[in-house]
Design a protein around this ligand. Structure first.
Ligand code: S6P
Ligand code: ZN
Length: 178
């Protein structure tokens, strides 16, 4: 038997690491993040189950994760992940949709931005040098898989300082990058 199992949207096993981001943790990514109340701030926005079989930084090793992103809006912006570039800019990643509907937002270092619809079965190749984040545009949880290099690293700082060049908003009831 393998040590870990990947069943539906759950990653189960001894060495699975769990991490959680509350709305308070990620308030800075939203245009109207300062309107998040104390009560809302403790709400979980997403959690990530990861299988990290190699030491962080190992060249050529792989990591595997499942993100579960809750539905909701902050103002007119959909709940989304923080988003990051890889610190090692040359490293790519795969995302794939498992449950729910969302948008993968990809931005290059010049700020050119695009969105790809995510749905069960959608596959998204994220080339190196592209910042990536996912927004949940459905009324149910959005689950997606990710596979990335153990020497990718995460550059959250660039996004914290500059943000993405467009926001995914609910405009007349539908998602739109504005
Ligand atoms: C890691 C991979 C994902 C994200 C996760 C949460 O390279 O892209 O596992 O870590 O979806 O997003 P973020 O932007 O908060 O790390
Ligand atoms: Zn990544």
């Amino acid at each position: 038997m393998p040590e870990n199992l990947f069943i539906g949207k759950s990653l189960i096993g001894k060495k699975i690491e769990q991490s959680t981001r509350t709305l308070g943790d990620i308030r800075f990514i939203f245009e109207k993040g300062d309107q998040i109340t104390l009560q809302q701030a403790s709400r979980i926005a997403y959690n990530v189950s990861s299988y990290l079989p190699e030491k962080e930084g190992t060249p050529g090793g792989l990591y595997f994760g499942i993100t579960n992103l809750y539905p909701g809006l902050v103002g007119d912006e959909y709940f989304m992940t923080k988003g990051h570039f890889h610190a090692n800019r040359d490293t790519a990643e795969f995302y794939w949709g498992i449950e729910g509907e969302g948008v993968v937002i990809l931005m290059d270092e010049q700020g050119n931005i695009k969105g790809e619809k995510m749905f069960p079965g959608s596959l998204h190749y994220i080339p190196g040098r592209m910042a990536h984040r996912v927004a949940n545009v459905s009324d149910v949880s959005l689950s997606f898989g990710a596979c990335w290099y153990s020497n990718a690293g995460h550059d959250y700082k660039t996004i914290e300082q500059k943000g993405f060049t467009a926001r995914l908003k609910k405009v007349n009831g539908a998602p739109q990058l504005v």
